[in-house]
Design a protein around this ligand. Structure first.
Ligand SMILES: Cc1ncc(COP(=O)(O)O)c(C=O)c1O
Length: 369
């Protein structure tokens, strides 16, 4: 009935398909044990300092949050050695990514991103009526020279994820520097570093080091992964004061609730917790890839807290394996929506959760061997 009134770009968007709550799945399948390895969450949960800070905030639940997130911004500014005016906060980094697209692009403009890049980028482009330009990936990762060539006078923004989700691929310093130094100065480059904390490679191109040189650079970070605050929804962008000021014009004033603000401050102050999670991830990643090697399965080497395993033996096999895993209480992420129908993305969980997944997968050997 309202079809004719809807903005044409909105009609083309496929809605996000959320998974069922774990408790519902458990009830439906009659399972005792569920291992959710589908959303790249932190198997350690969150720092106890975070829960204590949130509890202390309950008394003020009836009050509006601090609209400027004074303490969180100043902690972030201190941590990253930037000014508070260089920080824009979002309800998850998802919100700041969208905000950036809304500020800088509109109908007739182009937004460049890579094939197999995080699904939110094409959605952002579509939502603002811009044309999404998808550049073919190279070995599942971003082909930065090709992305540079894809920039035209119509390009307003480039989205990059390093490491990328869902592929886990990473680009290094030399490649990045060759790219960013040649991007026209008026084109905004959004460098999404949602998984930065997990990267231990000395050659990683950490966006923070490039902020002073490139005022067109925006770095996106999140508290959802290594900090374990996915439910609180806190993400942020760092950039030049001018660009961040534009983002803040559109930001909804109370977009970070008070529990999220105090939780994020406490999380940032507990780097020992982050380090513990990173160490656990390293062990878990090794556990996963060793098991894949044992089972003769191909995977895409990953720098994040997840890994893509391939079931290309026959069409539809990955979907079949996904259903079989689900029936035995293991939830992973099928990637048909990313046009990677032969892969499943598995988050690195606790050692016990990983083993649950590995044991069930081994029991399904007749399907893929
Ligand atoms: C690459 C990437 N960027 C951004 C996000 C958004 O995370 P959040 O909105 O929880 O900060 C995700 C979540 O999976 C991601 O994988």
């Amino acid at each position: 009935m309202f079809c004719d009134q809807i903005q044409p770009q909105i009609l083309g968007i496929s809605p996000y398909v959320p998974g069922k709550p774990i408790s519902e799945l458990q009830r439906e399948l009659g399972l005792k044990r569920i291992s959710k390895l589908a959303s790249n969450e932190n198997p350690l949960g969150a720092s106890l300092k975070v829960t204590a800070a949130i509890q202390a905030e309950f008394a003020d639940i009836a009050r509006y949050p601090d609209g400027n997130a004074f303490y969180l911004k100043s902690e972030l500014a201190k941590f990253f050695k930037v000014t508070e005016q260089q920080v824009a906060l979002g309800n998850g980094s998802n919100e700041v990514l969208e905000l950036a697209a809304r500020v800088f692009a509109g109908p007739g403009d182009e937004i460049v991103y890579s094939q197999y890049a995080f699904a939110v980028y094409p959605i952002c482009a579509q939502a603002v009526g811009a044309t999404g330009v998808e550049v073919p990936a190279k070995n599942w990762g971003h082909d930065l020279p090709a992305m540079l060539k894809a920039i035209t006078p119509k390009t307003k923004m480039v989205f990059l994820a390093n490491p990328n989700n869902p592929t886990g691929t990473m680009f290094r310093r030399a490649e990045w520097e060759a790219f960013i130094s040649q991007v026209p100065k008026q084109v905004i480059v959004v460098l999404d570093e949602a998984y930065v904390e997990y990267v231990e490679d000395a050659d990683y191109a950490n966006g923070r080091e490039y902020l002073e040189t490139y005022p067109n650079l925006l770095i996106s970070r999140t508290f959802s992964k290594a900090y374990g605050l996915a439910s609180l929804r806190v993400g942020f962008m760092l950039g030049s004061e001018e660009v961040i000021a534009y983002l803040n014009r559109l930001r909804e004033p109370f977009n970070i609730n008070q529990f999220a603000q105090v939780g994020a401050v406490a999380a940032l102050q507990d780097q020992a917790f982050v380090n513990k999670g990173v160490a656990l991830n390293k062990v878990g990643m090794q556990q996963m890839v060793n098991a894949f090697a044992d089972m003769g399965l191909n995977y895409i080497p990953s720098y994040g807290n997840f890994v893509c395993v391939e079931f290309a033996q026959k069409p539809g096999l990955a979907a079949e394996i996904n259903q079989a895993l689900l029936k035995q209480g293991v939830i992973v992420r099928p990637l048909a929506g990313y046009k990677m129908p032969d892969h499943l993305r598995v988050s690195i969980g606790s050692v016990a959760e990983n083993q649950h997944f590995i044991d069930v997968l081994k029991s399904l050997k007749s399907l893929y061997a």
